[in-house]
Design a protein around this ligand. Structure first.
Ligand code: SF4
Ligand code: SF4
Length: 122
């Protein structure tokens, strides 16, 4: 889910329909930098929903998002997405510190079309 602040194309305006989050919200990755930021901020609620990605020699290459801390399983929907009551409007509850992958979405118009993103009009 984007905001006007991170909008790339002038014609783009996020309508907060949540389609991007609903489709890709459980397929994201975060960087070491983002993980460190969440640690500094004491965001255990976020960290407990991430899983370290390591390569063969144990080197950490990123963090897989999002997991259920009780079951250790990948969730079907981002836990930080909230739908407004009685309205098809969605909010990211970690908006200011959400992963870069979310901040940058959609990178291209064709990427937006894949989720029927409403940011370029219906
Ligand atoms: S972190 Fe926020 S923007 Fe990213 S998928 Fe979840 S609700 Fe959407
Ligand atoms: S699909 Fe597009 S319009 Fe809808 S929330 Fe995501 S970025 Fe915004």
């Amino acid at each position: 889910m984007k905001t006007n602040k991170t909008t790339k194309a002038k014609s783009f305006k996020c309508k907060r329909c949540g389609r991007c989050c609903l489709k890709y919200g459980n397929m994201l990755q975060a960087s070491e930098k983002e993980s460190k930021m969440w640690k500094r901020q004491g965001r255990q609620d976020i960290l407990s929903r991430t899983k370290t990605i390591k390569v063969g020699n144990g080197l950490v290459v990123g963090y897989d998002l999002w997991y259920d801390p009780r079951t250790d399983k990948n969730v079907s929907r981002c836990p930080f997405l909230r739908k407004a009551k009685n309205k098809p409007i969605y909010t990211c509850t970690i908006h200011d510190i959400k992963p870069k992958a979310c901040k940058n979405y959609p990178v291209t118009k064709s990427q937006a079309i894949k989720v029927s993103c409403r940011g370029y009009g219906d």
